[in-house]
Design a protein around this ligand. Sequence first.
Ligand code: HEM
Length: 763
Amino acid sequence: MAEPQPRTAGDVEEEVVKAKSAEDRKAAAALASMDSSGDGTEAAEVDAAAVSKAMKNLGTAPAAEKKEVKKVKVDTADVALLVSSLIIFLTLCSFSWHIFGSAADKFQRTVSDTYIEPNETQRQRSAAGKMLSSILLITGALVAWRVYKFITGLRYNIARAKSTGLPYYIVPINPVNNVVQALSFIWHPVWKLLVPKKYWEKIVDVCEHNWQYEKKFAPFAKMGENILIATPTSLMLHTANPGVIHEITSRREDFPKPLEYYGILAMFGRNVVTTEGALWRMHRKVTSPSFNEKNSALVFKAAIDQAQGMTDHWLRTQKDGSFKTVEHDTMSLALNIISYAGFGLRLIWPGQSLPADADPKLARYASLDPPEGHTLTFSESIGGLLHHLLPLLLTPKLIMNHAPFRVFKEAKEARDNYDLYMQEFLQQKIQEVRRGDKDIGMDLMGSLVATSYQDKQAGSKAGIQLDDSEIIGNAFIMFLAGHETTANVMHFTMLELANNPAAQRRLQQDVDAILGRDTDPATWNYEEKVGAMQASMLGAVMNETLRVMPPVVEVPKKTSATKEQTITIDGVRHTLPTNTYLGLCVTASHRNPRSWPARPSRITGAPDDLDDWVPERWFRPSLSEEEKQLPDVPETEDFGEYAGPDTSASMFRPVRGSYIPFSEGPRACLGRRLAIVEVITALAVIFQKYSIENAVDDWASNDEVARMDRAQKEALYAKAVRRSRDVIASCEARITLKLHNGRFVPLRLVRRGEERFVDWFDS
Ligand code: HEM
């Protein structure tokens, strides 16, 4: 891999000039000043020469920059189209005129017979006729225009699809749009009715909501690892090809994020997830220093405290022998950990009280009752916000504020409460900065405020200055990104461990060996233990959950509006036109048989086990070194955060681009190290003292289970495992992949040694 180079003053200057908008210029200038005053450790952007060199190493020099595929000109076919649209339009008008004109006539005659003077009638009749004809004219014109746009748009995108040299499929509507997916029950039948089966039978699978999780690798097995789709409004490529994924994620500037899909995440202000170009670099520079090893150690400590709080809570509430709130509770666990490590806020479980050394100013955030001025607790406001993200995005503020629906009221209440909490928190941090408090910068919000306000105070003109909404926007994104994703991984890992008792037993053996069965978790040392934990079954179960149930099922990218890009697919160069949507399909690439060694499924009897949760696969030998070597596209700038691999070096190492739960390259997840530490630590705490079993009380009481023999117990537990797998199969990706519509799997926490099933059962 090419060594990162320091950015020169020339590079920086060029970036300032390249920055298009005033905001981008502000950001680039801020970075320029940072760079010129910095220690020179920052590395270079991907530069064209280096990419070219890397491509040459592959034996394929990059094609000379081609011009954008020319917009399909209005040629004879277009003229014919326009004429035919006009004919449709005129026919429609005259036909409607005929029908509605005579209907209006009849209506007017009826009315005039009773109420209106004859000459008045005539005037009314002609006015009604005129109005009808205007409506018809406008409707006809719109229909004709839409037909024209549909056909020319489709022809244009088909031409662009052809220019790539890849096989392509035609779909009548852009299927990436959420609303279009939700309405598939209307347009799919029409599409299937009007178009011969061979044109839709394969591609229809990738036009449905949740296809990435439900269909998994199947569409790619049928259509190849790259599925190109032309629609009247767009060209899109879904890929499960590791080489393509690696190249796209490595070339950040060539393949930016389609920000139009991220509007929802900018609700409280622009942030590191919702920006691109120089502005993104500024946000990333300010946020990344908080993602250091010191904070990982804090997460380790917080995860120990919080996992103990959660198990105590389960034991207290497990009245009928089981608990049904594992999803809710893992969400609380993750929120409490990120609140502490990222923001210095101590949140507690019901029944717990704040430690004596807790900052009284922050107690209002931990309160289990809404503090003065609020109608929700801090946790409730964040929970409500996440729960109602879609209505909050899709509903205009005016309707949200006034419509009498419960969902809008709840969404508004959560948003207003959260906003207020954050404003209060921000003001508190600003005051601390103004007072010059020494420990400011320990937490994320503190360091965001310090970076922006200390510079302002010092009168610096060029320093990075996020405005208040950007500080709150970044805080929101850290709560959101660091919360639901990690909670889902913990939730599904616990469900899978209950379904796979042999894996659970092996996990416990590893915990005993690394951390000791009787040790107090409060004494565990981060630096000493974390490496071994990641290389053990703790790391394996987390990696496997992230493989089978990645919280983010597709990472969206695109080519820019101004420049087409070339990529290499299995050694052949292809050109992707401007504005091509690129979907890096996480669920499918995690199941691509080319990248993942497989064995026959023990669960379904399928020839491979790639759809099954099998953590032991992480101890299988890696693919050959030769296969692991993908084109060496240089990495881009170092932003200071954790840069190590996502999986332990001693385990199975996936081919680059084949395992992307955290995405890859310069825009990979900023919080991945925190997430890994959090998950493996919480699991270690839980499984050191306890086992987790599926609850069976829907079928048998505790007494009945006690009277059962092994065979009866085996049949009973197998039933519970089947139910759990069915529920897991019903997950849906709505922002992240999780259970919806009140679905859950009941579990039971038992002290080790008191298990009824998982100490012997083997699925
Ligand atoms: C298991 C847990 C997690 C998973 C699977 C995950 C996954 C991802 C993915 C796939 C992306 C790329 C998204 C895209 O390109 O659209 C991403 C970005 C990001 N994640 Fe995570 N994430 C996790 C935990 C966290 C945590 C704990 C934090 C912070 C506390 C965090 C903060 C971020 C941020 C700030 C970005 C944007 C980075 C950028 O664009 O520069 N994530 N994450």
